[in-house]
Design a protein around this ligand. Sequence first.
Ligand SMILES: Cc1ncc(COP(=O)(O)O)c(C=O)c1O
Length: 394
Amino acid sequence: MFESLERMPPDAILKLIAEYGNDPRDNKVDLGVGVYRDAAGNTPVFRAIKNAEQRLLDMQTSKSYLGSRGATDFCDAIQALVFGDNARHNDRVMTLQTPGGSGALRVAAGVILRANSDTTIWVSDPTWNNHVPLLGSAGVKLESYPYYDSAQNELRFDAMLDVLNKVPSGDIWLLHGCCHNPTGMDLSTGQWDEIIHVIAERGLLPFIDLAYQGFSDSLDEDAYGVRAMFDRVPEMIVAASCSKNFGLYRERTGSLTFVSSNADTTAIVSSQALNIVRTMYSLPPDHGGAAVTMILNDADLRNEWLAELNDMRKRMKEMRTIIVAGLGKKVPERDFSHIERANGMFSYLGVSPDQVAQLKQEYGIYLVDSGRINVCGITSDNVEYLCASIAAVL
Ligand SMILES: Cc1ncc(COP(=O)(O)O)c(C=O)c1O
């Protein structure tokens, strides 16, 4: 039977990771992989997570099954983190624990398909390269809306609004909550307000993917879009990941929140989501969520986590500043200031696929074909080499 299958093309980012690993050059630089790294190139376990895990080890008395919703104390804690106090004790809001942000997106797509198989999810152009395959695998229709002008390195806000004003009401508009992947360019609060106004007026369903809360400005500022939307619309969906902001990548920790216009509808949506979970993976993994809950509910652990998150944010901003300064010296005729205006880990460098290949082959500098860089690959030791190499291929 298996002979009938065709080989799938390798995942581009996994291929890049393998190529980087096999490259013997000492001065190689990885700007490709989408994880946070410190100045030593490590993706460390947060100290707050280690401490929470130690307590869990001492305290946990059972690993028996939980329900398909996951741990309710995790759902409550993460709902407060994402929505602030606005959603507390609100029976229009239901959160479930999911295997990462990806699990949340996939369950949401399943619920969307059951609710209306004719609807379309609109994603930004460009968007995270797994959005379309992941959401599409549920069978929902997808379209893209203009988001970023890579020639000018700025948002295509007017073009976006134009499409938003024309899509059929009832369609779903997917937004990145902050730290847009791959461009790092986010809506300003004023632009969020304009988008929210049109979504509310036109009866569209907003779907926010919040994968980097705390990586841009602060936990609260990064949730501006989610919270302002929640205040204005009857229905919304939020997928939130704990992979980056708690460094829990492989523990598969995330959440999915549905907001409906009344408690009865929320109970129905919830039953559908739980049915999808039960028939897909039964229940989410517990460990990462248990550590997150402990951190969010304990003042000392929470402060420790916040301090670590602050340091990470500071490092990402500093790396943006030094690469823009370095490129400014080596390639004065070009403007790289968009890299400093962007948030989180990613930016477009503004190089062609051929230049990406040349950077890899000649200089051992690895980035994905789109020219997206992860600024965490930059250090004060390699920035000079990076800028000289980029200048050479440009
Ligand atoms: C925009 C976006 N959404 C969702 C995810 C998924 O994160 P997770 O690892 O929690 O599934 C990512 C991960 O890179 C992402 O960039």
